[in-house]
Design a protein around this ligand. Structure first.
Ligand code: ATP
Ligand code: SF4
Length: 329
């Protein structure tokens, strides 16, 4: 399977009155065409910054200090960090769709649903209003929205939370993008609706072959939907692998701790997975391995002084930990 996205040494900083926050630190990552990739980590680990970097939606106080984001379009590769805002606008919405946590931030409360979806279509393609309306209705049906004609004519406040999120997904999918980035798309929803939305993402991949990056703090969401998982901590990638393999045998001590947080206490004790200590201080980044102050396996002096690279330890498995230095394949 070829790659749709290749991120190399991506480093992003935010300028704040107190100083500079390094939100992403030399991220290396590829995304395969047609896969569902989950990016998981605690709050502040840099997940949203990564999503916003790809879509070039970073706020004004952010700066890409280093690195590249190669996006393989149908016409060839482009470095998303280098192209103009005008070129990026064309890509966003037509080739890259975005779904965010809170639908109301992106829905206009005084505009009918169909008009909001059509707007995204018309701004990227030459299409008559009648055809755009027909296409919108067709998509709402494909997204299994009950009574699509009613939903199309509704205003956002007339719809439930789950339905609003489906509309946002429709807006993101209307131009049949190659890549869909969903940032915590189900966090605000109750469990049943969450399951339906996750199922919908899987159907979209099957129907349109769209590649999906899903950002979540919820390991349960990742295991339910993803093919591969990326574990982030303090702006770094700690582990990458097939989601089932990572769950079966987490290699990085942080992944072990993170998984421990969803296991029963007896299982934790048996496996020795317990995440102790405080999350990293954003203004005083740790030297060496970012996880070393909390790591039960910390080794002097290497872990304290040297940041481990991502070691390739097996079939699509990568771990940023000195414990795996010799295992590199
Ligand atoms: P969450 O799940 O809480 O959104 P996250 O893993 O998505 O967390 P980011 O939101 O990417 O993490 O944040 C990474 C770091 O960058 C954090 O230390 C955060 O405080 C900082 N940060 C994020 N956005 C901004 C901003 N606009 N200005 C300054 N700092 C920011
Ligand atoms: Fe722990 Fe060292 Fe591995 Fe970091 S590099 S996770 S401190 S063993």
């Amino acid at each position: 399977m070829s790659n749709i996205l290749e991120i190399k040494r991506l480093t992003v900083e935010y300028k704040v009155p107190e100083g500079v926050i390094k939100a992403l630190d030399k991220i290396d990552l590829y995304v395969k065409k047609g896969e569902i990739l989950a990016i998981v980590g605690e709050s502040g680990s840099g997940k949203t910054t990564l999503a916003h970097s790809i879509a070039r939606l970073l706020p004004k106080n952010a700066r890409i200090v280093e690195g590249s984001i190669i996006f393989h379009t149908r016409k060839g590769p482009v470095d998303l960090t280098k192209i103009s805002e005008e070129e990026m606008r064309k890509i966003r919405g037509s080739m890259i769709g975005m779904v965010f946590q809170d639908p109301m931030t992106y829905l206009n409360p005084v505009m009918k649903i169909s008009d909001q979806i059509i707007e995204g279509l018309i701004s990227h393609k030459k299409i008559s209003k009648k055809d755009a309306e027909a296409k919108t209705l067709d998509l709402l049906k494909k997204l299994r929205i009950p009574n699509p004609e009613y939903v199309a004519k509704s205003y956002p406040h007339q719809l439930s939370g789950g339905m609003k999120q489906r509309v946002i997904i429709a807006m993101a999918m209307i131009n049949q993008p190659d890549l869909l980035i969903a940032d915590e798309p189900t966090s605000a929803l109750d469990v049943t609706v969450q399951a339906e939305i996750l199922e919908l993402f899987k159907e979209l991949r099957k129907e349109y072959g769209v590649t999906i990056i899903i950002i979540t703090h919820d390991l349960g969401v990742a295991v339910r939907i993803a093919d591969r998982i990326v574990i982030m901590y303090a702006g770094k990638i700690m582990e990458i692998g097939d989601v089932r393999e990572v769950f079966k045998q987490p290699l990085h001590p942080y992944t072990q701790g993170l998984l421990g947080s969803i296991l029963s206490i007896s299982e934790n004790v048996r496996k020795g997975f317990i995440l102790k200590g405080a999350p990293p201080d954003i203004f005083n980044p740790t030297r060496g391995c970012k996880f070393h102050p909390r790591c039960p396996f910390v080794m002097r002096d290497i872990c304290i002084n040297e940041d481990p690279p991502l070691f390739h330890v097996g079939n699509e498995r990568y771990v940023a930990c000195w414990l795996y230095r010799g295992v590199s394949s």
